[in-house]
Design a protein around this ligand. Structure first.
Ligand SMILES: CO[C@@H]1O[C@H](CNc2nc3cc4c(=O)[nH]c(N)nc4cc3[nH]2)[C@H]2OC(C)(C)O[C@@H]12
Ligand SMILES: [Zn+2]
Length: 377
């Protein structure tokens, strides 16, 4: 059964130095250049940012989450509101994660079976159930442009047998997602490759899923606490198994070094809560590495967070002022650090794309790490 690919990938060029690829993803809510970073808006908002500010920094796509919106306010309410785009006043692309990962990272006493996952809400303890069919129903109600298949992200570390059983079930769940996905809707369903840190299981998962002809493929089961070199090894033998004419999405990855290394290994799309999460405790990504604004040394520093940044925050406010706001727990403070961190990563991806265009992404990586230092995460 072929799905109507409402989301298509346009390959523009391959970096002659690194093999990274420059492309564009076209969706019913606009196109975005790749490699791309996707700001995370788990509960239908990228925390403290307005849609206008996200557009100002050229975010072409944002994430939201099935698990969270299912629990609160409920997908039927959002369906009645006219879908997630209308509900949150965002007219560009939206990708929704399927809830598989969140059930395991957030909810209490889960019971997983072939049918799906029974769990208790982390909000009020209600007994709930998610399955491939339920995850499709919820995402169809949300109306996201890109929906993710319902999968299990195996814990790390996990035994080979556990990962094997889990990965085989994720393939069976992917088939059920395809069957349950409301046909004819202009929503694209992406599959998620699992297999842990085992090359044979990754190969099996990729073979299963690419035989089902999805319009895009994510690599899941990573950024779950494994050492970064292990993640890069998995990418090296997994990405080449995926079709070259479809988007490849590495889930949960967002530190500057991992974004560059992922692009070098053929990834087109990234998401991570890192920039928005660390902004809320006053930690900023800058061209001189990480800056913790609460440090006393910034108390009377009237320069910008990052002298090399042209963002709204860096053009108008000083480190001293932002430190004052953060110390005083003034909400405007985390708005300024969030704006800067998101702009920093979106700008970094723009530089990565330019380096691919100029066939010099490996040189760019070396320059970046030499100048900015290796970000610890
Ligand atoms: C560095 O940030 C912490 O690490 C998590 C990001 N790492 C991550 N790996 C993922 C894997 C999957 C997957 O296999 N399947 C599905 N459906 N979604 C996924 C979502 C994922 N996100 C963030 O998630 C928390 C909030 C736990 O901490 C953050
Ligand atoms: Zn800035």
């Amino acid at each position: 059964m072929t799905t109507v690919a409402a989301v298509t990938y346009e390959h523009i060029k391959t970096c002659q130095q690194s093999g990274a690829r420059l492309g564009r993803v076209h969706t019913p809510h606009g196109s975005f250049d790749t490699p791309a970073f996707m700001p995370v808006g788990t509960q239908a908002t990228v925390k403290t940012m307005s849609p206008e500010e996200l557009k100002e920094m050229n975010a072409g796509i944002i994430l939201s989450n099935t698990y969270h919106l299912f629990l609160r306010p409920g997908h039927e309410l959002i369906r009645r509101a006219g879908g997630l785009h209308k509900f949150m006043n965002w007219d560009r692309a939206i990708l929704t994660d399927s809830g598989g990962f969140q059930v395991f990272s957030l909810s209490e006493n889960r019971k997983i079976s072939e049918e799906g996952v029974e769990f208790r809400s982390h909000l009020n303890g209600d007994k709930l159930f998610l399955s491939p069919e339920k995850a499709m129903e919820i995402q169809n109600a949300l109306g996201s442009d890109i929906m993710m298949a319902f999968d299990e992200c195996p814990p790390y570390p996990a035994s080979y047998d556990y990962v094997k059983q889990s990965t085989e079930r994720t393939s069976r769940w992917a088939e059920r997602c395809l069957a349950a996905h409301a046909r004819g809707r202009d929503q694209a369903l992406f599959a998620i490759v699992q297999g842990g840190m085992h090359e044979d299981l990754r190969k099996q998962s990729a073979a299963d899923l690419t035989s089902m002809d999805f319009p895009g493929y994510a690599i899941g089961g990573l950024s779950v606490g494994e050492p970064k070199h292990m993640m890069y090894e998995v990418l090296e033998y997994t990405t080449p198994l995926l079709p070259t004419n479809k988007p490849r999405y590495l889930m949960g990855v967002g530190s500057p070094d991992a974004l560059i290394e992922g692009a070098i290994r053929g990834i087109d799309m990234f998401d991570c809560v890192l920039p928005t999460r660390i902004a809320r405790n006053g930690t900023c990504m800058t061209s001189q590495g990480r800056l913790v604004i609460r440090n006393l040394k910034h108390a009377d520093d009237f320069g910008p967070l990052d002298p090399e940044c042209s963002c709204y925050t860096c053009r108008n406010y000083s480190r001293a002022y932002i430190r004052h706001l953060i110390k005083a727990e003034e909400t405007f403070g985390i708005r300024l650090t969030t704006y800067h961190n998101l702009h920093f990563l979106l700008e970094l991806m723009k530089q990565v794309r330019q380096a691919i265009m100029d066939d010099r992404l490996l040189d760019f990586r070396d320059e970046f790490f030499a100048r900015y230092g290796l970000f610890d995460n």
